[in-house]
Design a binder for this molecule. Sequence first.
Ligand SMILES: Nc1ncnc2c1ncn2[C@@H]1O[C@H](COP(=O)(O)OP(=O)(O)OP(=O)(O)O)[C@@H](O)[C@H]1O
Length: 572
Amino acid sequence: MEKTVLIVDDEESIRFAFKSFLSRQNYTVFEARDFNRALEMISSQTMDVVFSDIVLNEYNGIDLLRHVKEQRLDCVVIMITGQPDVETASQAVRLGAFDYLVKPIDKEMILKTTKMAFDFKTLTDEKIKIRRENIHIRTNLEAVFRSVNEGIISLDREAKIVNANSRMIDLSGIPAHDLINKHLSEIRHRSLLFETKPFKAILEGQESPSFQTCCRIADDVKGDKTLVLNSASLVDKDGPSIGTVVTIRDETRLTALETQLKERYRFHKLIGKSQKMQHIYQLIESLSNVDTTVLITGESGTGKELVAGAIHHNGTKAIHPFVCLNCSALSENLLESELFGHVKGAFTSAVGNRAGRFQKAQNGSIFLDEIGDVSPAIQLKLLRVLQEKKFERVGDATPLDSNVRVIAATNKDLKALIHKGLFREDLYYRLKVVELRIPPLRERSEDIPLLTEHFIDHFNSKFNRRIKEVTHEVLDLFMKYSWPGNVRELEHAIEHAFVLCSGFTISLAHLPLDIVQSREKTECCILKASPMSDDQIVRALEEARWNKTRAAKALGICRQTLYRRMKKNGLV
Ligand SMILES: Nc1ncnc2c1ncn2[C@@H]1O[C@H](COP(=O)(O)OP(=O)(O)OP(=O)(O)O)[C@@H](O)[C@H]1O
């Protein structure tokens, strides 16, 4: 890069001497014999170093120096004088002259001073460059600091808050003037945010690693927030820590969306993403915190017990017991004692007092499965519990209070039972305050892949296996099959396959025969419908040398259909 020097002096010999010495050292030297010429040159050409005589006719070198400084020109000025005096020298230095030379000036001095001036200029330029870069970085950082969606707060080593961006102020709910320059201990009581781990660690003088926490911030209106806090030590390069910076990301919305998404596929122990299951989930939610009696209906194996469990566990009763009883499994007497308990001596084997299920479920919920199988006498007692919230133990006339939510279920048509006089109508309406009908699996086949995956996971962990999937044919069959036993049947089919499958994929060969045969039956029905002449059948049999399996295959029908056609034609 060109190094430019301007020599301003009215003495030509001086200008000549500077020019000849410096040109040989590869400096580009310009000359000016007076102040005005010098001004012209420094405004039209960048000068790195200016040597100027102090005496320049009507103006002097000090005026030139003043001009350079006023215009903030980027050059080093050295004053030269033939008549040194302390006052001008000190004035020159005060105004920012780099040096002050006294004539006569020899070559050595010119070269040495020029080199020093250039070294000084290089350093000054570097300093200016660094300063400009710093300003640029600082401006950018401040813009980032202001605009990011994360709260940022920095604290010094004494836990005094040095800075906080506007997002942080918003998250903490504390105005900037109450935050900046305050010690953490002074403001920690104002927001639960400051009670979290990173801030506690700062107060205790530790550095804390990145972690996730959920906290409720001071402004109650805003409610629970899921905040991810990250803290890092602020260190100078290789130096000691000068404080801590904590960043806070608000993930409330993300967490809510995640939860929603999960709920769509699963609700408590219920699996299913179909619209019908979404509707069930919504109903369960609205039923959870009301105390009404619920009647759950639906075919066997549709998940009625799981629904009852979800109603109980989703509500405020969840901390109290959830007691289940299958009413069809017990004789009338046993059921009565099981439901209401008995006292010692109530019957021959009653050797002591025994609490019934209603007592055990106190403040919680009781699930009465197969309610349609209950005898008229027990129906009457249940009606009393529902109406009066009271019951008596067998062998004791003292009524006991019942604070139990009743959830009943049946796969029977209770209305038909009422018609036949087998079920009390008044009990039916007491039970059916809200009816929840669980759809059979065939009406929500989009849940089948999800349920299949769920049961594979379940049996993998139960039997310590590593089965990955079912084949396309299996899934296809599952989607078409009518599942009379509903989810329970699917669960059992997969458990059956776990026994037979020794690899990683469940195929048709591993499934229960009745499910596979249901497919063959369907295919046979389809094939049977296609017209096929008796001649064609006989020809196929002859070609297959009367091997029925091969002939059926050649005709594209199943063996049973072929056999039926042969029988019809008297071929067997
Ligand atoms: N939606 C579902 N998600 C996961 N598992 C389910 C689901 N529905 C049913 N099951 C499972 O199927 C089996 C039968 O469920 P459950 O006992 O709740 O059915 P149910 O309708 O009460 O049957 P039943 O009328 O015969 O008493 C259970 O092992 C249960 O875990």
